[in-house]
Ligand binder design. Sequence first.
Ligand code: NAD
Length: 254
Amino acid sequence: MQRYEGRVAVITGAGSGIGKATALRLASEGGTVVAVDLDRDAGEAVAKETGGLYIAADVTDEEAVKAAFAEVKEVYGRVDVAFNNAGISPPDDDSILDTGIEAWRKVQEVNLTSVYLCCKYALPYMREQGKGAIVNTASFVATMGAATSQISYTASKGGVLAMSRELGVQFARDGVRVNALSPGPVNTPLLKELFAKDPERAQRRLVHVPFGRFAEPEEIASAVAFLASDDASFITASNFLVDGGISGAYVTPL
Ligand code: NAD
């Protein structure tokens, strides 16, 4: 499949995990990929692998985000896809009883404000083209509650989900589709750092996954490749769950 031939896709958090797998997937389908990441080494490595561009930007910085999309427009003349995916899940974001205001704010900035900024500065180019696809990474925790709380993370992803729905509705007649991607737990550095390397903490979660395993980043990337392509031309304002059945499960197989 060459669904991205002639298309330019901007991916934030492209240096690692889901973002990196998606960068490789879109490039393999003929796309030009712009990798945006804080981590220069990781971002440059992905740009090299995909033959695209690396832009160093902190997605919480309004001027940096504005400049990044302007640079993409200047270099390639278009912005077809924005995969607003950079996010964090730090250990000091925990139960509401223990999470301080600074930890709360940091997660809101990186996970939610960044999506607001990326949409704000991608949309004008897409509207001008009369076409575009935005995919914002939320999470299944925007849809389901967890007793193993990360309160700011969950609230930030709820915000991403609601914002994506609203933008999808508002800009549909401009030819711009906006969807929230809600992955279940994925085997990435973010998840490994958090709990996957501890078998007991991993099992506490795996029992709720019908497949009995975490997703691989490539399985999320293939969903993004669909959602941001013309194959998904009638899908907008959706909560696109790629969660291994978690949100549909009551009792899982033994
Ligand atoms: P990851 O830690 O592997 O990669 C995140 C990337 O984002 C890193 O390269 C990092 O340098 C970059 N980044 C972080 N802060 C940034 C900033 N301020 N500006 C620019 N770049 C920044 O993470 P991942 O697991 O691939 O997660 C990607 C997205 O998927 C996140 O939004 C995360 O919340 C979401 N998600 C992950 C899982 C999971 O289980 N891994 C599940 C659901 C949703």
